[in-house]
Design a binder for this molecule. Structure first.
Ligand code: HEM
Length: 481
């Protein structure tokens, strides 16, 4: 494979090879594997980036990885998809080996192109508007749950997970799922085994389960079989509903119906396996991400009382507990938008995107061979004073348009990419933001936050398990005065 010579000439500096790059010293065979704790992988890679610079190499077993943190280079590789870079082949293999149907997140090439069209159709703004009543119903249930917990400690992350699980599972399965009021949902308990296993197996250096099957691996197989069966059933039920009520072809009431609709369009090249793969993908991609983003937002608001007060002022000025939620009003909450953007800058729940080069290519001044795996770090520059003034401060004002040119907001927008960038940018971002806004309006119009705490009284620690979660947050609420 030839690299464009003009691309090499146009760089000012000497072209480097992967082997020329600095990087942490490792052990023979294992490389740097023992220096990395999976749950803190993102922090270790960010720390090494401060030590070794924006391009460095890491070796995990036999795999040599390129780590990049320069936001311009990150943005360029994310935009150079699907031609230049794909998701890692390993993710696809892990997914297939676990007998999960291929969905958008792990798909590559032609399959990705076709599925992306189907998923984007399901996130069409007019469709999302039709999902809105179901989303508000889940927010009402969270309100009731929290009213029952007044004065006692709420496990914040667990409750927010119930909220996002009920919202996304309801939309993706086409069934009302109610873990907020009825306790654990049986399918969700299976999913709770499957998703962490995808993360663990994808990062594993030794694939022991190919040789020895532990009781946990057998339980995982059973959970996967159950979930696959249930999803097939949901697809059949949705098809039957759509035959009975043909208007659902024009105005689908959930993500599942919208995806079936898009798959049934002539020439889509998709079938019910693609739909099933994406039901699972929606759950994988849409539950922890939104719940953890909300949890981080609340913990940052609590430690920045002036910001919390201003946000209360904005929300309470527009909504009373009796005001019905409406997308128009929610979209007019500029300060809430700014708070969400700012908390995702400091606490992006997907702090890195692993990619694989599809051809020999230049990344910055580094020439990498086809097949090289790159970890693009999304947060490194967003929290550096060299790029963003007082970067460690939680300051939503930096997201509000300043001056005629809007220069300040434009520069922070270019650097902070919590939803990724380019053709594979998160398709669920508007739904996630809407879900977060509904929850914040519900919380701040009905309640006063009495306390948000961690077990050791320090800021919540970051814990990476597929997404980056805050550890141990508890919240206490009072009814609003
Ligand atoms: C605050 C919440 C969320 C965050 C921070 C987030 C973040 C991300 C990121 C960083 C990516 C990778 C983008 C890239 O490769 O450039 C991604 C991809 C994706 N997200 Fe989200 N996400 C969120 C919520 C959701 C929701 C609610 C859904 C669906 C219900 C969703 C569905 C997806 C899918 C399907 C992909 C794969 C897209 C593709 O590869 O073409 N996400 N998300």
């Amino acid at each position: 494979m030839q690299v464009n010579p003009a691309a090499i000439e146009s760089t000012q500096t000497r072209v480097r090879q992967l082997a020329d790059l600095p990087g942490p010293k490792g052990l023979p065979i294992l490389g740097n594997a023992l220096q990395i704790q999976k749950q803190l992988l993102h922090q270790k890679l960010e720390q090494w980036s401060r030590e070794f610079g924006p391009y460095y190499r890491v070796k995990i077993g036999r795999r040599k990885l390129l780590i990049i943190s320069d936001h311009q280079a990150v943005s360029k590789v994310l935009r150079d998809r699907p031609e230049g870079f794909s998701r890692t082949a390993k993710l696809g293999e892990t997914w297939a080996e676990m007998r999960l149907q291929t969905g958008l997140f792990g798909a590559n090439g032609e399959v990705w192109k076709k599925q992306r069209r189907m998923v984007m159709a399901a996130f069409d703004p007019a469709h999302v508007k039709a999902y809105f009543p179901a989303m508000c119903k889940v927010a009402d249930r969270l309100e009731s749950r929290w009213k029952k917990s007044l004065g006692s400690e709420i496990d914040l992350q667990a409750d927010l997970m119930r909220y996002t699980v009920d919202t996304i599972t309801g939309l993706a399965f086409g069934q009302d799922v109610n873990t907020l009021e009825s306790g654990d949902d049986i399918i969700q308990t299976h999913l709770d085994k499957i998703f962490p296993a995808v993360f663990k197996r994808n990062l594993a250096v030794i694939k022991y389960w190919r040789y020895i099957r532990l009781p946990s691996d057998r339980a995982l197989d059973r959970s996967i079989a159950e979930v696959n069966l249930a999803i097939d059933r949901f697809v059949l039920q949705a098809r039957a509903r759509m035959t009975e009520y043909p208007e659902l072809r024009i105005q689908p009431s959930n993500l599942l119906e919208a995806m079936i609709n898009a798959a049934d369009q002539g020439g889509s090249g998709l079938n019910d396996n693609d739909v099933a793969g994406n039901v699972l993908t929606m759950l994988l991609a849409g539950e922890d991400t939104t719940a953890n983003s909300l949890a981080w937002l609340l913990s940052l608001l609590w430690t920045n009382p002036a910001v919390l007060q201003q946000l209360q002022h904005e929300i309470r000025g527009k909504f009373s507990p009796e005001t019905p939620y409406s997308t128009e009003e929610l979209n007019g909450l500029d300060y809430l938008d700014a708070c969400i953007n700012e908390s995702m800058r400091l606490k992006p729940v997907a702090p890195m995107v692993p990619l694989q080069a599809l051809k020999e290519t230049l990344v910055g001044d580094v020439l990498i061979p086809e097949g090289t795996i790159i970890f693009s770090l999304l947060r490194r520059d967003s929290v550096d004073d060299a790029f963003i003034p007082n970067a460690a401060e939680f300051s939503p004002e930096r997201w509000l348009v300043q001056g005629e040119t809007g220069q300040s907001i434009n520069s922070v927008k270019r650097i902070s990419m919590p939803f990724g960038a380019g053709p594979r940018i998160c398709p669920g971002r508007y739904l996630a933001l809407l879900e977060m806004k509904i929850a914040m309006v519900m919380l701040l119009t009905r309640f006063d936050i009495d306390n948000i705490s961690t077990p050791d009284g320090k800021p919540a620690s970051e814990y990476l398990a597929f997404t980056m979660a805050p550890l141990g947050l508890k919240m206490r609420l009072k009814l609003r005065n």
